[in-house]
Design a protein around this ligand. Sequence first.
Ligand code: C2O
Ligand code: CU
Length: 451
Amino acid sequence: MVAALAATGFRPTALQAGTPPDLIAREGVLQLAPANYPETQVWGYNGAVPGPMIRLPQGARMTRRFQNELPQPSTIHWHGIRLDNAMDGVPGLTQDVVEPGATFLYDFVVPDAGTYWYHPHNRSYEQMARGLSGALVVEEAGGGPEVDNDEVLLIDDWRLAEDAQIAGGFGDMHDWAHAGRIGNWITVNGLGDWRKPVQQHSRHRWRLVNTANARIFSLEAQGLGGWIIALDGMPLDAPQPLDRLTLAPAQRADIIVDVTASVGEEAFLVSFERDGGYAIATFDVTAIARSERLDAPSPLPPNPVPQLGPLETARKAALLMEGGAMGRMGGAMMGGQMMGMREMAGAGKVWAFNGMADMPDEPLVAADRGETVRIDITNDTAWPHAMHLHGHHFRQIGSNGTAGPLRDTLLMDRGETAQIAFVADNPGDWLLHCHMLEHSAGGMMTWLRVA
Ligand code: C2O
Ligand code: CU
């Protein structure tokens, strides 16, 4: 494999014996908007957006000393990693918040190869909107597929004011009750105009990560032909032809693409919005790598995720998602009391899970270790949601009983019901929440306990 780390602008962080590298959440500046605008004040890991890329071999130990230099408490969550519960980064559930000026040592093993990422899990609707997130890539133990170039494309959505600074209003209840904080400026790896030279018939592995607060991307590759080989870090049994690709907040897709455009032409990664499509990444075809396209890639080796047990005897739970604008919900339980929607909004809640707007004292489900768990989820709201389960990957079960690919985040459309199933093999307390960050803060959060 020809890794092209140097070309990505990321520096891989090497682990020195004895001293874990620092990951410092702090202020930084970035030329986020076009060059005729001022630089933007951001919050980044080590001051950078995206944060330092962490690249590790499968089965390795990930050790970082997190230092919080933000003006508010924070933690780091390692999204999609099936890690030790104490390292999951959830304040009040798996650890205390890391106060400004304090540090916390994250130390865990990465069992699965694939594309993951890290981000704060306290006031994430503000901390991530200000820029805090980074990629965590775990390399296949036997080496990845043969490619000319392997890189991460972190796709983000920013809400910028006229002066190119990050707009305030993080607690805007209108955003919270609607689609979340949708921005007005899209970047790839922190750049509004991400561009690089490529060669015709060269092969690339792109690891796409949606780090936006709330925006759902609908992507298409033009002048490129390819396959999806993994979703949310987990290999697909068979590569799927790359067509329109939907990437909800927190979701990832590993794609293999061959440049099919000719020398002198451009190839694009295009994002489709209501008002049409536009390029978020541009590739200038400057030379020819080889005379013909390579053969279709083989599937990646599977990760060591346990097989589902029989669903008939699985431990079952039901989750009803309600609330938000244009919904039917009249109110929900908050602090042990029934509250109307207006009262709830005054207290910062606009959604509910099973009739409760705050984090319940009791888990949605308590499973024995190794048990198969089945959750029936109903989205009785007027909005799509991106449901994320910590510490496990699940499969969506179709109406005919078929099991979909392993995922950690499921996009559910308005009015949709879904059944998910997973083996509860990782002991501890794990969140299940909407990854549209204004929605989880606004009431869409619950948890599971695995004994
Ligand atoms: Cu990426 Cu609980 O989140
Ligand atoms: Cu949501």
